[in-house]
Design a protein around this ligand. Structure first.
Ligand code: BEZ
Ligand code: MG
Length: 581
Protein backbone atom coordinates (compact mmCIF):
# COMPACT_ATOMS: atom_id res chain seq x y z
CA UNK A 1 0.00 0.00 0.00
CA UNK A 2 2.65 2.46 1.04
CA UNK A 3 4.85 1.49 -1.91
CA UNK A 4 1.84 1.98 -4.16
CA UNK A 5 1.23 5.43 -2.66
CA UNK A 6 4.87 6.34 -3.01
CA UNK A 7 4.80 5.29 -6.66
CA UNK A 8 1.69 7.40 -7.31
CA UNK A 9 3.26 10.37 -5.60
CA UNK A 10 6.46 9.95 -7.54
CA UNK A 11 4.54 9.82 -10.79
CA UNK A 12 2.54 12.89 -9.86
CA UNK A 13 5.72 14.64 -8.89
CA UNK A 14 7.32 13.57 -12.17
CA UNK A 15 4.36 14.88 -14.15
CA UNK A 16 4.51 18.17 -12.30
CA UNK A 17 8.20 18.53 -13.10
CA UNK A 18 7.68 17.70 -16.76
CA UNK A 19 4.96 20.35 -16.91
CA UNK A 20 7.20 22.91 -15.25
CA UNK A 21 9.98 22.13 -17.69
CA UNK A 22 7.58 22.38 -20.60
CA UNK A 23 6.34 25.72 -19.32
CA UNK A 24 9.93 26.98 -19.14
CA UNK A 25 10.61 25.85 -22.70
CA UNK A 26 7.53 27.71 -23.91
CA UNK A 27 8.66 30.77 -21.98
CA UNK A 28 12.04 30.75 -23.74
CA UNK A 29 10.49 30.00 -27.13
CA UNK A 30 7.99 32.83 -26.88
CA UNK A 31 10.48 35.49 -25.96
CA UNK A 32 11.21 38.01 -28.59
CA UNK A 33 14.87 37.29 -29.21
CA UNK A 34 16.75 39.99 -31.10
CA UNK A 35 18.66 38.22 -33.84
CA UNK A 36 21.14 40.95 -34.55
CA UNK A 37 21.77 44.62 -33.96
CA UNK A 38 19.68 47.32 -35.55
CA UNK A 39 21.53 48.72 -38.54
CA UNK A 40 20.81 52.40 -38.98
CA UNK A 41 18.71 52.92 -42.10
CA UNK A 42 17.95 49.24 -42.68
CA UNK A 43 14.32 48.01 -42.47
CA UNK A 44 13.53 44.83 -40.54
CA UNK A 45 13.59 41.40 -42.21
CA UNK A 46 10.58 39.09 -42.72
CA UNK A 47 11.26 36.65 -39.85
CA UNK A 48 11.85 39.54 -37.47
CA UNK A 49 8.64 41.19 -38.65
CA UNK A 50 6.64 37.98 -38.04
CA UNK A 51 7.80 37.84 -34.38
CA UNK A 52 7.12 41.52 -33.89
CA UNK A 53 3.63 41.35 -35.43
CA UNK A 54 2.76 38.30 -33.32
CA UNK A 55 3.71 40.22 -30.16
CA UNK A 56 1.80 43.31 -31.27
CA UNK A 57 -1.28 41.22 -32.11
CA UNK A 58 -1.23 39.60 -28.68
CA UNK A 59 -2.51 42.76 -26.97
CA UNK A 60 -5.90 44.49 -27.19
CA UNK A 61 -5.59 47.82 -29.02
CA UNK A 62 -8.65 49.77 -27.85
CA UNK A 63 -7.30 52.93 -29.53
CA UNK A 64 -7.68 51.16 -32.91
CA UNK A 65 -10.79 49.20 -31.95
CA UNK A 66 -8.85 45.94 -32.27
CA UNK A 67 -8.97 42.84 -30.08
CA UNK A 68 -5.96 40.64 -29.24
CA UNK A 69 -5.73 37.68 -31.64
CA UNK A 70 -5.18 34.99 -28.96
CA UNK A 71 -8.36 36.19 -27.19
CA UNK A 72 -10.38 36.09 -30.40
CA UNK A 73 -9.15 32.57 -31.15
CA UNK A 74 -9.73 31.33 -27.62
CA UNK A 75 -13.24 32.77 -27.36
CA UNK A 76 -14.37 31.64 -30.81
CA UNK A 77 -13.14 28.11 -30.19
CA UNK A 78 -15.15 28.08 -26.97
CA UNK A 79 -12.01 27.82 -24.81
CA UNK A 80 -12.92 30.79 -22.62
CA UNK A 81 -10.63 33.59 -21.53
CA UNK A 82 -7.05 33.47 -22.84
CA UNK A 83 -5.87 35.43 -19.81
CA UNK A 84 -7.25 32.73 -17.50
CA UNK A 85 -5.46 30.10 -19.61
CA UNK A 86 -2.06 31.76 -19.44
CA UNK A 87 -2.37 32.41 -15.73
CA UNK A 88 -3.01 28.75 -14.96
CA UNK A 89 -1.25 27.07 -17.86
CA UNK A 90 1.89 26.07 -16.02
CA UNK A 91 0.06 23.91 -13.54
CA UNK A 92 -2.44 22.08 -15.71
CA UNK A 93 -1.76 19.83 -18.61
CA UNK A 94 -5.09 20.46 -20.29
CA UNK A 95 -4.81 24.25 -20.14
CA UNK A 96 -1.27 24.11 -21.43
CA UNK A 97 -2.44 22.11 -24.44
CA UNK A 98 -5.24 24.61 -25.12
CA UNK A 99 -2.83 27.49 -24.90
CA UNK A 100 -0.44 25.79 -27.28
CA UNK A 101 -3.25 25.19 -29.75
CA UNK A 102 -4.24 28.87 -29.65
CA UNK A 103 -0.66 30.09 -30.00
CA UNK A 104 -0.16 27.76 -32.98
CA UNK A 105 -3.25 29.14 -34.75
CA UNK A 106 -2.11 32.73 -34.13
CA UNK A 107 1.39 32.05 -35.51
CA UNK A 108 -0.05 30.35 -38.58
CA UNK A 109 -2.36 33.32 -39.20
CA UNK A 110 0.54 35.78 -38.96
CA UNK A 111 2.61 33.66 -41.37
CA UNK A 112 -0.33 33.55 -43.81
CA UNK A 113 -0.78 37.30 -43.46
CA UNK A 114 2.87 37.97 -44.36
CA UNK A 115 2.74 35.58 -47.27
CA UNK A 116 -0.70 36.20 -48.79
CA UNK A 117 -2.23 39.27 -47.12
CA UNK A 118 -5.12 40.17 -44.83
CA UNK A 119 -7.98 38.43 -46.67
CA UNK A 120 -6.14 35.09 -46.75
CA UNK A 121 -5.20 35.33 -43.07
CA UNK A 122 -8.76 36.23 -42.07
CA UNK A 123 -10.17 33.31 -44.03
CA UNK A 124 -7.61 30.96 -42.44
CA UNK A 125 -8.84 32.11 -39.03
CA UNK A 126 -12.42 31.54 -40.13
CA UNK A 127 -11.58 27.93 -41.01
CA UNK A 128 -9.33 27.12 -38.06
CA UNK A 129 -10.97 29.11 -35.26
CA UNK A 130 -14.50 30.03 -36.43
CA UNK A 131 -13.65 33.72 -36.34
CA UNK A 132 -15.92 35.83 -38.51
CA UNK A 133 -13.78 37.78 -41.01
CA UNK A 134 -15.46 41.00 -39.86
CA UNK A 135 -13.87 40.44 -36.45
CA UNK A 136 -10.34 39.64 -37.58
CA UNK A 137 -9.99 42.00 -40.57
CA UNK A 138 -9.54 45.11 -38.37
CA UNK A 139 -6.62 43.34 -36.65
CA UNK A 140 -4.97 42.64 -40.00
CA UNK A 141 -5.64 46.19 -41.19
CA UNK A 142 -3.63 47.40 -38.20
CA UNK A 143 -0.90 44.82 -38.80
CA UNK A 144 -0.75 45.86 -42.46
CA UNK A 145 -0.09 49.45 -41.50
CA UNK A 146 2.61 48.41 -39.00
CA UNK A 147 4.17 45.92 -41.40
CA UNK A 148 4.46 48.58 -44.12
CA UNK A 149 6.06 50.95 -41.63
CA UNK A 150 8.54 48.24 -40.58
CA UNK A 151 9.41 47.64 -44.23
CA UNK A 152 10.24 51.27 -44.89
CA UNK A 153 12.99 53.17 -43.21
CA UNK A 154 13.51 56.93 -43.24
CA UNK A 155 16.34 57.08 -40.74
CA UNK A 156 19.16 58.13 -43.08
CA UNK A 157 16.96 60.65 -44.87
CA UNK A 158 15.79 62.11 -41.54
CA UNK A 159 19.35 62.36 -40.25
CA UNK A 160 20.43 64.24 -43.39
CA UNK A 161 17.46 66.57 -43.05
CA UNK A 162 18.28 67.14 -39.37
CA UNK A 163 21.88 67.96 -40.30
CA UNK A 164 20.57 70.53 -42.78
CA UNK A 165 18.58 72.07 -39.93
CA UNK A 166 15.22 71.05 -41.37
CA UNK A 167 12.09 70.17 -39.42
CA UNK A 168 11.80 66.53 -38.31
CA UNK A 169 8.29 65.38 -37.61
CA UNK A 170 7.89 64.27 -33.97
CA UNK A 171 6.64 60.86 -32.79
CA UNK A 172 6.15 59.29 -29.38
CA UNK A 173 9.00 57.59 -27.50
CA UNK A 174 7.82 54.15 -26.43
CA UNK A 175 8.36 50.48 -26.95
CA UNK A 176 7.07 49.28 -30.32
CA UNK A 177 4.92 46.53 -28.79
CA UNK A 178 3.50 48.86 -26.14
CA UNK A 179 2.77 51.58 -28.63
CA UNK A 180 3.17 50.91 -32.39
CA UNK A 181 2.64 54.64 -32.97
CA UNK A 182 6.44 54.94 -32.51
CA UNK A 183 6.65 53.88 -36.16
CA UNK A 184 7.94 54.97 -38.56
CA UNK A 185 11.37 55.43 -36.98
CA UNK A 186 13.61 58.32 -38.00
CA UNK A 187 11.42 60.90 -36.29
CA UNK A 188 12.07 63.33 -33.48
CA UNK A 189 11.14 61.57 -30.26
CA UNK A 190 8.87 63.35 -27.85
CA UNK A 191 8.54 61.74 -24.51
CA UNK A 192 5.77 62.08 -22.06
CA UNK A 193 3.56 64.40 -20.08
CA UNK A 194 4.68 63.84 -16.47
CA UNK A 195 1.28 64.99 -15.25
CA UNK A 196 -0.23 61.93 -16.91
CA UNK A 197 1.99 59.57 -14.91
CA UNK A 198 0.94 56.97 -13.95
CA UNK A 199 -1.65 56.51 -16.70
CA UNK A 200 -4.91 54.76 -15.80
CA UNK A 201 -3.76 51.70 -17.75
CA UNK A 202 -0.37 51.64 -15.98
CA UNK A 203 -2.08 51.81 -12.60
CA UNK A 204 -4.33 48.85 -13.50
CA UNK A 205 -1.43 46.74 -14.78
CA UNK A 206 0.71 47.59 -11.75
CA UNK A 207 -1.86 46.19 -9.35
CA UNK A 208 -1.35 42.69 -10.77
CA UNK A 209 2.45 43.03 -10.64
CA UNK A 210 2.50 44.33 -7.06
CA UNK A 211 0.15 41.62 -5.93
CA UNK A 212 2.15 38.84 -7.68
CA UNK A 213 5.33 40.25 -6.19
CA UNK A 214 3.94 40.20 -2.66
CA UNK A 215 2.33 36.76 -3.18
CA UNK A 216 5.65 35.37 -4.29
CA UNK A 217 7.46 36.75 -1.25
CA UNK A 218 4.67 35.48 0.98
CA UNK A 219 4.90 31.98 -0.51
CA UNK A 220 8.66 31.90 -0.07
CA UNK A 221 8.85 33.48 3.38
CA UNK A 222 5.49 32.96 5.05
CA UNK A 223 4.86 36.69 5.47
CA UNK A 224 4.95 39.97 3.55
CA UNK A 225 8.21 41.91 3.24
CA UNK A 226 8.42 44.76 5.75
CA UNK A 227 10.28 46.96 3.32
CA UNK A 228 11.27 46.82 -0.35
CA UNK A 229 13.75 48.76 -2.46
CA UNK A 230 12.63 49.71 -5.97
CA UNK A 231 14.63 51.01 -8.90
CA UNK A 232 12.85 53.54 -11.12
CA UNK A 233 14.23 54.57 -14.48
CA UNK A 234 13.18 57.43 -16.71
CA UNK A 235 13.00 55.72 -20.09
CA UNK A 236 11.09 52.76 -18.67
CA UNK A 237 8.49 55.00 -17.14
CA UNK A 238 8.13 56.80 -20.46
CA UNK A 239 7.59 53.54 -22.30
CA UNK A 240 5.16 52.10 -19.77
CA UNK A 241 3.46 55.41 -18.93
CA UNK A 242 4.61 55.06 -15.34
CA UNK A 243 4.16 51.40 -14.42
CA UNK A 244 7.15 51.56 -12.05
CA UNK A 245 5.65 54.59 -10.31
CA UNK A 246 2.28 52.85 -10.09
CA UNK A 247 3.91 49.74 -8.58
CA UNK A 248 5.43 51.91 -5.83
CA UNK A 249 1.97 53.41 -5.22
CA UNK A 250 0.36 49.97 -4.90
CA UNK A 251 3.01 48.72 -2.48
CA UNK A 252 2.46 51.79 -0.32
CA UNK A 253 -1.30 51.44 -0.75
CA UNK A 254 -2.10 54.80 -2.38
CA UNK A 255 -3.80 55.80 -5.62
CA UNK A 256 -3.18 58.79 -7.89
CA UNK A 257 -5.79 61.55 -7.91
CA UNK A 258 -6.40 63.80 -10.92
CA UNK A 259 -7.23 67.51 -10.63
CA UNK A 260 -9.82 69.54 -12.58
CA UNK A 261 -7.40 69.70 -15.53
CA UNK A 262 -7.04 65.89 -15.44
CA UNK A 263 -3.47 66.17 -14.16
CA UNK A 264 -2.17 63.68 -11.59
CA UNK A 265 -1.18 66.07 -8.80
CA UNK A 266 -2.34 64.27 -5.64
CA UNK A 267 -2.44 60.85 -4.03
CA UNK A 268 -4.93 59.35 -1.62
CA UNK A 269 -4.66 56.34 0.66
CA UNK A 270 -6.44 53.15 -0.36
CA UNK A 271 -8.29 52.09 2.82
CA UNK A 272 -6.82 49.00 4.53
CA UNK A 273 -10.17 47.19 4.19
CA UNK A 274 -9.83 47.54 0.44
CA UNK A 275 -6.09 46.81 0.33
CA UNK A 276 -6.48 43.69 2.50
CA UNK A 277 -2.76 43.58 3.38
CA UNK A 278 -0.17 45.71 5.16
CA UNK A 279 1.30 48.78 3.51
CA UNK A 280 4.91 48.09 2.58
CA UNK A 281 7.77 50.48 3.35
CA UNK A 282 9.26 51.39 -0.05
CA UNK A 283 12.74 52.82 -0.60
CA UNK A 284 12.99 54.26 -4.11
CA UNK A 285 16.21 54.81 -6.03
CA UNK A 286 15.51 56.92 -9.06
CA UNK A 287 17.90 57.41 -11.94
CA UNK A 288 19.21 60.83 -12.84
CA UNK A 289 17.16 60.67 -16.03
CA UNK A 290 13.96 59.98 -14.07
CA UNK A 291 14.74 62.87 -11.73
CA UNK A 292 15.24 65.24 -14.66
CA UNK A 293 12.19 64.11 -16.68
CA UNK A 294 9.65 63.59 -13.95
CA UNK A 295 9.99 66.40 -11.38
CA UNK A 296 6.24 66.44 -10.57
CA UNK A 297 6.30 62.63 -10.16
CA UNK A 298 9.29 62.80 -7.79
CA UNK A 299 7.29 65.18 -5.61
CA UNK A 300 4.29 62.88 -5.79
CA UNK A 301 6.28 59.82 -4.70
CA UNK A 302 7.62 61.74 -1.70
CA UNK A 303 4.10 63.01 -0.97
CA UNK A 304 2.79 59.42 -1.01
CA UNK A 305 5.42 58.33 1.52
CA UNK A 306 4.64 61.25 3.84
CA UNK A 307 0.90 60.58 3.56
CA UNK A 308 1.28 56.90 4.49
CA UNK A 309 3.70 57.72 7.34
CA UNK A 310 1.03 59.90 8.93
CA UNK A 311 -1.93 57.48 8.71
CA UNK A 312 -3.09 56.44 12.18
CA UNK A 313 -3.13 52.71 11.56
CA UNK A 314 -2.10 49.59 13.52
CA UNK A 315 1.71 49.24 13.29
CA UNK A 316 1.49 45.71 11.86
CA UNK A 317 -0.63 47.01 8.96
CA UNK A 318 1.53 50.03 8.15
CA UNK A 319 5.19 49.04 7.98
CA UNK A 320 6.25 52.45 6.74
CA UNK A 321 4.72 54.33 9.65
CA UNK A 322 6.15 51.79 12.10
CA UNK A 323 9.64 52.25 10.68
CA UNK A 324 9.40 56.04 10.66
CA UNK A 325 8.33 55.93 14.32
CA UNK A 326 11.28 53.68 15.14
CA UNK A 327 13.64 56.04 13.35
CA UNK A 328 12.21 59.04 15.22
CA UNK A 329 12.75 57.31 18.55
CA UNK A 330 16.34 56.53 17.65
CA UNK A 331 17.07 60.21 17.16
CA UNK A 332 16.33 60.97 13.50
CA UNK A 333 14.50 64.21 12.68
CA UNK A 334 11.21 63.68 10.81
CA UNK A 335 12.51 64.73 7.38
CA UNK A 336 15.30 62.16 7.64
CA UNK A 337 13.09 59.43 9.11
CA UNK A 338 10.66 59.76 6.21
CA UNK A 339 13.17 60.14 3.35
CA UNK A 340 12.50 57.35 0.82
CA UNK A 341 13.10 58.95 -2.60
CA UNK A 342 16.82 58.95 -3.42
CA UNK A 343 18.84 59.82 -6.47
CA UNK A 344 22.22 61.25 -7.46
CA UNK A 345 23.36 64.73 -6.48
CA UNK A 346 21.87 67.31 -8.86
CA UNK A 347 23.57 67.14 -12.25
CA UNK A 348 25.01 63.67 -11.57
CA UNK A 349 24.01 60.38 -13.16
CA UNK A 350 24.64 56.67 -12.59
CA UNK A 351 26.03 54.58 -9.75
CA UNK A 352 29.53 53.84 -11.14
CA UNK A 353 29.11 50.30 -9.80
CA UNK A 354 29.28 49.05 -13.40
CA UNK A 355 32.62 50.79 -14.00
CA UNK A 356 34.08 49.38 -10.80
CA UNK A 357 32.99 45.86 -11.76
CA UNK A 358 34.14 46.10 -15.39
CA UNK A 359 37.55 47.41 -14.30
CA UNK A 360 37.83 44.77 -11.54
CA UNK A 361 38.55 47.56 -9.07
CA UNK A 362 37.11 46.16 -5.85
CA UNK A 363 38.39 43.79 -3.22
CA UNK A 364 35.84 43.68 -0.45
CA UNK A 365 32.28 42.53 -0.93
CA UNK A 366 30.66 45.61 0.61
CA UNK A 367 32.57 48.10 -1.55
CA UNK A 368 30.09 47.89 -4.45
CA UNK A 369 27.06 48.57 -2.20
CA UNK A 370 28.88 51.41 -0.45
CA UNK A 371 29.66 53.02 -3.79
CA UNK A 372 26.00 52.72 -4.74
CA UNK A 373 24.91 54.56 -1.59
CA UNK A 374 27.63 57.21 -1.95
CA UNK A 375 26.30 58.02 -5.44
CA UNK A 376 22.59 57.70 -4.67
CA UNK A 377 22.06 59.06 -1.14
CA UNK A 378 20.56 62.40 -2.16
CA UNK A 379 16.96 62.90 -0.99
CA UNK A 380 14.31 64.53 -3.20
CA UNK A 381 10.80 65.82 -2.48
CA UNK A 382 9.59 68.51 -0.07
CA UNK A 383 10.46 69.04 3.59
CA UNK A 384 7.95 69.39 6.44
CA UNK A 385 7.73 73.12 5.75
CA UNK A 386 6.76 72.44 2.15
CA UNK A 387 10.07 73.65 0.72
CA UNK A 388 11.47 71.83 -2.29
CA UNK A 389 14.31 69.44 -1.47
CA UNK A 390 16.35 68.88 -4.59
CA UNK A 391 19.18 66.55 -3.75
CA UNK A 392 19.92 66.95 -0.04
CA UNK A 393 22.74 64.60 0.99
CA UNK A 394 21.12 62.14 3.41
CA UNK A 395 23.47 59.20 3.71
CA UNK A 396 22.54 58.22 7.26
CA UNK A 397 18.85 58.29 6.33
CA UNK A 398 19.40 56.06 3.30
CA UNK A 399 21.65 53.66 5.24
CA UNK A 400 18.99 53.40 7.92
CA UNK A 401 16.10 52.91 5.46
CA UNK A 402 18.02 50.10 3.73
CA UNK A 403 18.60 48.19 7.00
CA UNK A 404 14.93 47.12 6.92
CA UNK A 405 14.70 46.12 3.26
CA UNK A 406 13.92 42.44 2.64
CA UNK A 407 13.26 42.43 -1.10
CA UNK A 408 14.53 44.46 -4.05
CA UNK A 409 12.77 44.82 -7.38
CA UNK A 410 12.92 46.34 -10.84
CA UNK A 411 10.48 46.26 -13.72
CA UNK A 412 11.85 45.50 -17.21
CA UNK A 413 10.07 47.50 -19.89
CA UNK A 414 11.12 45.72 -23.06
CA UNK A 415 12.19 42.33 -24.41
CA UNK A 416 14.85 43.98 -26.51
CA UNK A 417 17.00 45.12 -23.59
CA UNK A 418 17.26 42.62 -20.77
CA UNK A 419 19.39 42.27 -17.66
CA UNK A 420 22.48 40.98 -19.48
CA UNK A 421 22.27 43.27 -22.52
CA UNK A 422 23.49 46.36 -20.69
CA UNK A 423 25.50 46.97 -17.52
CA UNK A 424 22.84 49.29 -16.06
CA UNK A 425 20.59 46.60 -14.58
CA UNK A 426 23.34 45.17 -12.42
CA UNK A 427 24.70 48.60 -11.50
CA UNK A 428 21.22 49.58 -10.20
CA UNK A 429 19.37 46.46 -9.02
CA UNK A 430 22.61 44.62 -8.22
CA UNK A 431 24.10 47.71 -6.57
CA UNK A 432 21.13 48.33 -4.30
CA UNK A 433 20.85 44.64 -3.44
CA UNK A 434 24.49 44.58 -2.35
CA UNK A 435 23.95 47.78 -0.32
CA UNK A 436 20.97 46.13 1.40
CA UNK A 437 22.89 42.91 2.04
CA UNK A 438 25.53 44.74 4.07
CA UNK A 439 23.12 47.06 5.90
CA UNK A 440 20.32 44.57 6.65
CA UNK A 441 22.89 41.82 7.22
CA UNK A 442 20.92 39.47 5.01
CA UNK A 443 20.76 39.10 1.27
CA UNK A 444 17.38 40.43 0.09
CA UNK A 445 15.11 38.42 -2.22
CA UNK A 446 15.70 39.99 -5.63
CA UNK A 447 12.86 40.08 -8.16
CA UNK A 448 12.17 41.29 -11.67
CA UNK A 449 9.13 41.30 -13.90
CA UNK A 450 8.48 42.45 -17.43
CA UNK A 451 5.72 44.67 -18.66
CA UNK A 452 5.40 43.24 -22.09
CA UNK A 453 4.10 39.73 -21.80
CA UNK A 454 0.43 39.08 -21.23
CA UNK A 455 1.07 36.95 -18.15
CA UNK A 456 2.41 39.14 -15.37
CA UNK A 457 5.25 36.95 -14.21
CA UNK A 458 7.47 37.83 -11.31
CA UNK A 459 10.80 36.06 -11.47
CA UNK A 460 13.67 35.85 -9.03
CA UNK A 461 16.94 37.34 -10.23
CA UNK A 462 18.43 33.83 -10.49
CA UNK A 463 15.54 32.69 -12.71
CA UNK A 464 15.91 35.78 -14.87
CA UNK A 465 19.66 35.24 -15.31
CA UNK A 466 18.97 31.62 -16.36
CA UNK A 467 16.25 32.70 -18.78
CA UNK A 468 18.40 35.41 -20.39
CA UNK A 469 21.35 33.05 -20.66
CA UNK A 470 19.24 30.42 -22.39
CA UNK A 471 17.29 32.83 -24.59
CA UNK A 472 20.26 34.99 -25.58
CA UNK A 473 23.91 34.39 -24.60
CA UNK A 474 23.82 30.60 -25.09
CA UNK A 475 21.22 30.57 -27.86
CA UNK A 476 22.71 29.94 -31.35
CA UNK A 477 19.88 32.00 -32.87
CA UNK A 478 21.04 34.99 -30.84
CA UNK A 479 24.84 34.64 -31.07
CA UNK A 480 24.85 33.72 -34.77
CA UNK A 481 22.76 36.86 -35.32
CA UNK A 482 25.41 38.85 -33.48
CA UNK A 483 28.30 37.22 -35.31
CA UNK A 484 26.87 38.46 -38.60
CA UNK A 485 27.99 41.90 -37.39
CA UNK A 486 31.64 40.78 -37.17
CA UNK A 487 33.82 42.83 -34.81
CA UNK A 488 30.84 44.49 -33.07
CA UNK A 489 29.01 41.16 -32.72
CA UNK A 490 31.89 39.56 -30.78
CA UNK A 491 32.00 42.65 -28.58
CA UNK A 492 28.27 42.12 -27.86
CA UNK A 493 28.85 38.49 -26.86
CA UNK A 494 31.72 39.53 -24.58
CA UNK A 495 29.58 42.25 -23.08
CA UNK A 496 26.82 39.73 -22.27
CA UNK A 497 29.33 37.56 -20.46
CA UNK A 498 30.67 40.56 -18.53
CA UNK A 499 27.17 41.70 -17.59
CA UNK A 500 26.39 38.17 -16.40
CA UNK A 501 29.56 38.39 -14.30
CA UNK A 502 28.16 41.67 -12.90
CA UNK A 503 25.29 39.66 -11.41
CA UNK A 504 27.79 37.41 -9.64
CA UNK A 505 29.70 40.41 -8.31
CA UNK A 506 26.68 42.27 -6.98
CA UNK A 507 24.25 39.48 -6.11
CA UNK A 508 25.87 36.04 -6.43
CA UNK A 509 23.04 35.14 -8.79
CA UNK A 510 24.77 33.10 -11.50
CA UNK A 511 24.79 29.30 -11.50
CA UNK A 512 28.06 27.48 -12.20
CA UNK A 513 26.59 25.77 -15.28
CA UNK A 514 26.12 29.13 -17.01
CA UNK A 515 29.84 29.93 -16.93
CA UNK A 516 30.65 26.33 -17.88
CA UNK A 517 28.36 26.52 -20.92
CA UNK A 518 29.79 29.92 -21.91
CA UNK A 519 33.28 28.42 -21.78
CA UNK A 520 32.24 25.38 -23.81
CA UNK A 521 30.28 27.38 -26.41
CA UNK A 522 32.68 30.24 -27.10
CA UNK A 523 36.14 29.14 -26.02
CA UNK A 524 36.52 25.37 -25.83
CA UNK A 525 34.83 24.85 -29.20
CA UNK A 526 37.81 25.30 -31.50
CA UNK A 527 35.87 26.35 -34.58
CA UNK A 528 33.97 28.98 -32.61
CA UNK A 529 37.12 30.28 -30.92
CA UNK A 530 38.73 30.64 -34.36
CA UNK A 531 35.79 32.70 -35.57
CA UNK A 532 35.89 34.96 -32.51
CA UNK A 533 39.65 35.54 -32.58
CA UNK A 534 39.59 36.29 -36.29
CA UNK A 535 36.69 38.74 -36.02
CA UNK A 536 37.73 40.45 -32.78
CA UNK A 537 40.69 39.12 -30.77
CA UNK A 538 40.36 41.91 -28.17
CA UNK A 539 36.86 40.86 -27.13
CA UNK A 540 37.78 37.17 -27.30
CA UNK A 541 40.66 37.89 -24.92
CA UNK A 542 38.43 39.85 -22.52
CA UNK A 543 35.82 37.08 -22.55
CA UNK A 544 38.35 34.43 -21.55
CA UNK A 545 39.79 36.78 -18.90
CA UNK A 546 36.32 37.37 -17.47
CA UNK A 547 35.69 33.65 -17.15
CA UNK A 548 38.98 33.21 -15.31
CA UNK A 549 38.13 36.15 -13.07
CA UNK A 550 34.74 34.55 -12.28
CA UNK A 551 36.60 31.51 -11.08
CA UNK A 552 39.26 33.54 -9.26
CA UNK A 553 36.67 35.50 -7.30
CA UNK A 554 34.81 32.34 -6.31
CA UNK A 555 31.75 32.79 -8.54
CA UNK A 556 32.40 29.75 -10.70
CA UNK A 557 33.43 26.36 -9.45
CA UNK A 558 35.10 25.08 -12.62
CA UNK A 559 36.91 21.87 -13.52
CA UNK A 560 40.64 22.22 -13.30
CA UNK A 561 40.99 20.90 -16.87
CA UNK A 562 38.72 23.67 -18.16
CA UNK A 563 40.71 26.29 -16.26
CA UNK A 564 44.02 25.00 -17.60
CA UNK A 565 42.67 25.15 -21.13
CA UNK A 566 41.33 28.69 -20.61
CA UNK A 567 44.71 29.88 -19.31
CA UNK A 568 46.45 28.37 -22.28
CA UNK A 569 44.01 30.04 -24.68
CA UNK A 570 44.29 33.38 -22.90
CA UNK A 571 48.03 33.26 -23.30
CA UNK A 572 47.76 32.43 -26.99
CA UNK A 573 45.32 35.32 -27.45
CA UNK A 574 47.82 37.61 -25.72
CA UNK A 575 50.48 36.47 -28.13
CA UNK A 576 48.14 37.13 -31.03
CA UNK A 577 47.35 40.65 -29.77
CA UNK A 578 51.02 41.41 -29.21
CA UNK A 579 51.83 40.13 -32.69
CA UNK A 580 54.03 37.32 -31.34
CA UNK A 581 52.00 34.44 -32.75
C1 BEZ B 1 16.90 55.73 -17.34
O1 BEZ B 1 16.13 55.73 -18.28
O2 BEZ B 1 16.61 56.30 -16.31
C2 BEZ B 1 18.19 54.99 -17.45
C3 BEZ B 1 18.63 54.60 -18.69
C4 BEZ B 1 19.83 53.92 -18.79
C5 BEZ B 1 20.58 53.65 -17.67
C6 BEZ B 1 20.12 54.03 -16.43
C7 BEZ B 1 18.91 54.71 -16.32
MG1 MG C 1 27.97 30.26 -7.48
Amino acid sequence: MSTQLQKTLTEAERDRRVLELYDQLIEIEQRLIPTGLHVFGRPSEVAERADMLRMIASFDRPESGVRALPDLVSENLGLGSYTALINAASSEHERLAKRERIDGIVSAAIAEFLQSGSEAAASLLEQTANIDCQESLPVFALLEKISTQLETNNEVDALLRALRGEFIEPGPGADIVQNPEVLPTGRNTHAVNPYNIPSTMAFVRAEAVASNLLERYLTENGRYPKAMALVLWGLDNIKTQGEGVAQAFWLLGVRPVRDALNRVTEVEAIPLEELKRPRIDVVMTISGIFRDLFSPTVLLLDKAVRLVAQLEEPPEMNCLRRHVMEQLSSGFVFDDAVARVFSNAPGNYGTNVNFMVMDSQWNRDETLGDLFVTRKCFAYGRDSEGRAVEGREARAAMDQALTRVEATYQNIDTFEIGITDVDHYFEYLGGISKAVETRAQARPSIYLSDSLSRDVRVRSLEETVRLESRAKTLNPKWYEGMLKHGFRGVAEIESHVSNTFGWSATADAVDDWIYTEVAKTFVLDEAMLDRLRTLNPHSAHSLVGRLLEANGRGYWDADISILDKLREIRSSLEDQLEGVA
